[in-house]
Design a protein. Sequence first.
Length: 174
Amino acid sequence: MNERELVEGIARKEEEAARALVEQYGGLLRAVIRRHAPGLDEEDLLADALLAVWQNIHRFDRRGSFKNWAAAVARYRAIDAVRKAARSMPAGDAAQLEALGGSTLDEYLTLELEDLFRGLAPADRELLLARYYYGEPAEGLAARHGITVGALNTRLTRARQRLARQLQERRETL
C-alpha cells in the first residue's frame, strides 16, 4: 500500500490500513520512541503513537510527508511521556530524569521550546529570537523590519501571549 492509499485508508478507518500502518511504519515509530524515551514502556508508547496517528489523520497535511508527520507524532508522544514521568518524580531527581530520557534536562527544555516556537509565524519567531535571545535593541530590530518600536513591542507581546497559551494547552493535555 503506497503512502497516499494508506492515508486515505486511515481516514476511512479501514482495517487493512491499520495493519499497513503497523507493518510499514511500526519500526520507524518504535525507533523514534526508543530515541526520545528509552527508559519508558516502549510498547505502550508505540500503541499510543499509532492510536494518535489513527485518530488525528485529519490533521495531516497531504502536501507533506506522512512518514515525517507520523514520526513527529511519535516523537511528541514520547517527549510528553518523559515529561509526565518527570513530574511524578520527587524534586531534585534530575539525574533520574536524565537516565529516564537519555538526555539532559536542558535538551528537553530546548525540545519543548522548539515545539512551542513551531506554533508561531516565522516572522514572529525571528522577532522573539532577535530581541530576547540575541539581545538586539528594539530600535534596530524595528528599523530592520520597517516597523515602529511600538508595533514591534505589540508583535512581541502577542507572540509571547501565543506561547503562553500553547504552554497552558500542553499542560492541560498531559
